[in-house]
Structure formats: C-alpha cells, structure tokens
Design a protein around this ligand. Structure first.
Ligand SMILES: *Cc1c(COP(=O)(O)O)cnc(C)c1O
Length: 226
C-alpha cells in the first residue's frame, strides 16, 4: 500500500471534526512529501532536531506539531516553526514557552499532556498536577500561549477494555476542565489521543485529534536518516 492509500484508509475511519496528525518521526522527507501530495498538512515530530531538519525542506503551509517531550532549553529553537505543542508537562515549560512566544511576537497553541497510562515511562502531568496548574495563577497570565486542550497516551497493551477506559477517563477530565474553566480557557477544544494501534478506541471515546504514524508511513527503523 502506498502512503496516499494508507492516509485514505485512516481518513475514512475518522468522523468529521477529528483531525489527523501524520506522525513522520524517523521517516525521510520523501515520505512526508508523498503524504503532502495526498493532501496531508499536519505533521507530527517528537524530536526538536528532526523537526528542524525537515521543516525547511517542506512547503511553507505544513503545520508542524511537536508531540514529544520538550526540554526548556530547546524552546527557543523550535518555537518559530511549530503551530502546536502537544507535550506540555510542567508549569515551568508552559511559562518558558509563553515567554519565548512573547519575545518573538507569535502565538502558539499548547496542549497539556496528562499521564493516563499505567506505565511509568510516559511523560505527563498527573490528574492532580493538572488540576493544580489550572486552578493556579499561571493560565490567566499567559499572553502568547493558547491553552487549547489535553493530550494523552494509553497503556501499550492489547487489552482494549483497559485502553478504552483510559481514553474515556481522559475525555471525562477534558469535559471537567471545560466546564470549570469556561471563561478562563475559551479555546479549550482539542483532545489529542489515539495512535496507530488504538485510534479507533480513542475516537469512540471522544478524541478530536489523532496522532498516527506507522499505519501511514510503515514501521519505523530507528537510525534512518531524515
Ligand atoms: C510515535 C508517536 C505517535 C505515533 O505512533 P504510531 O504508533 O506510529 O502511530 C503518536 N504520539 C506520540 C507522542 C508519539 O511519540
């Protein structure tokens, strides 16, 4: 199957209103160009360096989504090139992004990453940390960051019941935040959840944005050149 056909297969399974971020990490720019030719505009990368290498080689209207852990000291490099950061997992990072966005006079959309999986290896705020952050002073002080929603990753398991449950809990948390912070967070509309192996479950639980890589581009071979 070609990349264009794979994209079509995924798109057909997404209800209207659910956006597809094509996760192109480890894949060469030619693969991204093929997806672009098939109409794909939103691409997700998990490493700053790789995003910065590919960005100048792709058309200007590509929307770059940073989906991997971001270190504060890389904010400055990546900020001019991203439209959305899915992986904000601390107040400190949020403040650093806002400060840098002010400095270069642009606005960036951010999602708060919440830890919903049972594994310890995944980054993200705990539910308590998320509530604390949102109830604190920071959200109302942000000038150039728009907090647009939440992101989460389910446990990597074949247990559909568990994965579905994790996605539903994140959706409930998202709804809670929207109810409680309606005035403070007017743009809070995105729930980024669902990857190649679990996006149908995520969509069923109310995802608004899926991040799909290997189903579109094929299996990743680490060590490949961008
Ligand atoms: C790699 C990655 C994806 C996509 O994974 P696939 O299984 O290839 O679809 C989605 N989200 C994040 C945060 C990732 O790092």
């Amino acid at each position: 199957m070609s990349i264009a056909q794979n994209l079509e297969t995924v798109r057909r399974r997404l209800p209207t209103g659910v956006r597809l971020v094509a996760v192109s990490k480890t894949h060469p720019v030619e693969a991204l160009q093929e997806a672009y030719s098939a109409g794909q505009r939103a691409f997700g990368e998990n490493k700053v360096q790789e995003l910065l290498q590919k960005q100048p080689l792709m058309p200007r209207d590509v929307e770059w989504h940073l989906i991997g852990h971001l270190q504060t000291n890389k904010v400055r490099q990546v900020l001019p090139h991203v439209c959305m950061i899915h992986s904000v997992d601390s107040e400190r990072l949020l403040v650093a992004i806002d400060r840098e966005a002010q400095r270069i006079s642009r606005t960036v959309d951010c999602l708060l990453q919440v830890h919903i999986a049972q594994e310890d290896t995944k980054f993200g705020l705990s539910v308590d940390e998320l509530r604390q952050l949102l109830n604190g002073d920071i959200p109302s002080q942000l000038r150039n960051v728009r907090l647009v929603g939440l992101m989460g990753m389910a446990t990597f398991t074949d247990d559909q019941h568990q994965v579905g449950g994790e996605f539903r809990r994140l959706r409930a948390l998202f709804d809670e935040v929207r109810r409680q912070h309606t005035d403070a967070l007017p743009h809070f509309t995105e729930l980024s959840m669902g990857m190649s192996h679990d996006y149908p479950l995520a969509v069923a639980a109310g995802s608004t944005m899926v991040r799909v890589g290997s189903l579109i581009f094929g299996a990743r071979s680490y060590g490949a050149q961008p």
